[in-house]
Design a protein around this ligand. Structure first.
Ligand code: ADP
Ligand code: ADP
Length: 218
């Protein structure tokens, strides 16, 4: 059983690593970005409210995201553990999460912080491609879509480039990350929850370092 938060800048590989780890551990991968994109594609009021923030690479207001996270953590499949990817993203969200967890009589096991230089993040984000149906991510150079790529949602993946993976939004997201999310590293280090990994290594190497680190900490 694990209750994990993945922390790190946009493009560092949180989603890529989260998919496999959540599957191995049998816990849900809860990506607030994916939940918001799904709400947007269904045209729900939450999705429409979030759209302008997401397009600009700004954070969606805390109360909107908190509601989504609270509902998702209360679902049955999250009773035995979960992997939060992209939440919390500022200190207020971290304290909101800690409030929800104490209400649910749960506690956070580890925060995995993926580090990477900014120039590499820009390369990763500008080459990222996403499947509209299953949400999996690929990279034009580092993780190309295989021929006959089968989609978890059935059929073949429907690949597109996210509108916030264009240059202007990328640069703003990196700034927002430094300003809003960066302080969470010290916050969780002080609480003794932090595991730091080198996110700049190739995908398989990061994946084994992640599993080794979790095995060592128990
Ligand atoms: P995040 O969820 O942190 O924003 P993603 O997992 O979506 O990041 O990865 C961003 C992009 O970089 C994707 O195109 C992905 O295929 C690619 N990628 C992820 N991890 C690595 C890695 N270790 N090396 C090279 N490319 C990577
Ligand atoms: P990435 O990992 O590439 O930054 P995400 O898929 O995690 O992208 O998030 C995409 C967008 O969704 C963010 O730029 C932001 O607008 C919104 N978002 C996701 N998670 C949060 C959050 N915890 N708080 C506020 N906004 C969020």
């Amino acid at each position: 059983m694990s209750r994990l938060v993945f922390l790190g800048p946009p493009g560092v590989g949180k989603g890529t690593q989260a998919v496999g780890l959540a599957q191995d551990e049998g816990i849900p991968h809860i990506s607030t970005g994916a939940i918001l994109r799904d709400a947007l594609s269904r045209g729900t009021p939450t999705g429409l409210e979030a759209k302008k923030f997401m397009d600009a690479g700004e954070l969606v207001p805390d109360e909107v995201v908190l509601r989504l996270v609270k509902d998702r953590l209360s679902e049955d499949d999250a009773a035995q553990g979960w992997l939060l990817d992209g939440y919390p993203r500022n200190l207020d969200q971290a304290s909101a999460l800690s409030g929800i967890l104490s209400q649910m009589d749960q506690s956070l096991d580890h925060v995995i912080y993926f580090e990477c230089a900014e120039s590499e993040l820009v390369r990763r984000l500008s080459g990222r491609r996403t499947c509209r149906a299953c949400g999996d991510t690929f990279h034009v150079e580092f993780a190309p879509v295989a021929e006959n790529n089968s989609c978890k949602a059935g059929g073949s993946c429907d690949i597109y480039q996210r509108s916030d993976d264009q240059e202007d939004a990328i640069l703003n997201r990196l700034k927002v990350y430094q300003r809003e999310t960066g302080p969470l590293v010290e916050h969780y280090r002080e609480k003794g929850h932090l595991i730091v990994l080198d996110g700049s290594a190739p995908i398989e190497i990061v994946g084994s370092a992640l599993r080794d680190a979790l095995d060592q900490t128990g």
